[in-house]
Design a protein around this ligand. Sequence first.
Ligand code: GLY
Length: 360
Amino acid sequence: MHHPDLCIAGAGIIGLSLALELHDRGYRVTVFDQGAPLAESSTAAAGMLAAHDPDNPPQLLSLASLSLSLYPDFLDRIHTLSGLRIPFQTHTTLQSVPPDTAIADSELTCEDLAHLLPALTPSDHRFVLLDEHSLDPRQLASALLAAVRATTINLQPHTAVLSTHSIDNAVEITTPKGTIHAAQFVNCTGAWAAATSRLPNIPVAPRKGQMFSVSLPPSLPLHFVLRTPDIYIVPRTAGPATGRAIIGATVEDIGFDKAVHPADIDRLRSLAAALLPAIARAHQLEAWSGLRPATSDGLPLLGVLPGQPNHFIATGHYRNGILLAPATARVMAEFIVGGIPSVDLSPFSPARSLSLLPSP
Ligand code: GLY
């Protein structure tokens, strides 16, 4: 195996976006993945770029805003390399907000809602319209993978990083195919991060989400996302999945179990049908689950491991990996090359202590 400048563990959307960003800065990059590229949470996601979801921790906003501003160039770069253009599927989200949120000016009236979505049963929800996009993560994954394959990035699927060891100015990386040295190493293994690096303060653990897709009935043309704290309904309006809606998701702490349970899917369907009754009879197409990489304070881990100057980490994106990929790639590349990151990374420092942080 040749010796790269930098080695990434994890060929999900975070690892491959970072690989592209560093490749564009002249780095020789190798990316390992224990399985197939983009096969875990990157393609389980619904694809909402939900920077203004009221459930997000406030400390995420600077990174999320940077990512939104980078998204058009990120998609253009992927298009240039792959020839594949990724369209936004939706441009608006109808978001339910909690009663104590100060949104009086923008709250939609019953008449607004009836005009916007006659099929909606709003019950006791208050809704606002968010200027928010979504895309199809499966389309994005195909294009991102083709983009990476069009470069000199050395992608090594089905090659787990078994251990890493910091030595002098390098990191020794052991895989089943042998041991290599790289000047720098980045752990982007999502929910598996704790098996790849010894994490100092903030644990990362899988938080499972089950979801399903339906064929939207002709009586229910849906062109925007509908989201409450309990359920989201995300229509596909462009590409091969046009006419479907993705409905999710459970939030479960049960380790690396990815089983899909019909009873849980039925419960999600009931929650969705309480808002849009036609969903009750919509034809189910697929059901699946993904393992979100969750940290105990709800914020990602972005930076260098304490005492290991060449061992970086970028994980813990929880529900926002698709949204945060371009900004994560940008700020991690800036940090790795020794520059000043475009946003303050201290809230995301791997060395942060939970006791110093306000509750998310
Ligand atoms: N990003 C949507 C979810 O976590 O369910």
